[in-house]
Ligand binder design. Sequence first.
Ligand SMILES: [Zn+2]
Length: 179
Amino acid sequence: MTQTATTIAQVRVDSLPALYTSLTAALSEAGFSSRQLEEIFSNYVSAECVLCSTRITGEEMGRINLAEERTLAPDSKFDRLKRGSCAKKGCISLRYRVHLREYPDLDWLKIREKASEDEAAKKANAARKRLLIRLGMGIGVILTLLFCRYLMYYGHAPILQKPHKYTIDPASVAPEAPR
Ligand SMILES: [Zn+2]
């Protein structure tokens, strides 16, 4: 049986969990069942260290994220992967080569395109969020400056004092009450 493997260009170890997530999303969207996904990630997806050739399965790529919730023995396989290092103790490589093997009815090229589109969309969203936060901070600074100017000019705060007068002034409500 010959299996042609498509190799994704080298990726950083710390981006393996994100790659797993985006591939999972693209595959589910393409109609693969969760049982098929399990099979694909266990036997058809793998990542290999570019220096020492240590291999991890696609399924293990997905477990790097889950490993964060457990206490890991220092320098153990998943502890190292979680920190973005090669799984093998002593290896200084930070990069793995990802292999995608042929699977019935699976067009890896399409899946990878979809996955990278999702990644790009996520990045764009994050950039938009950062822009909004910066904009919000800018407005905050302007309001603070205006507030300070008002305070210096009039000697009291614009909002804190005036409404105070209205809220405790019973005279404006009193004539209506007896009716
Ligand atoms: Zn290695």
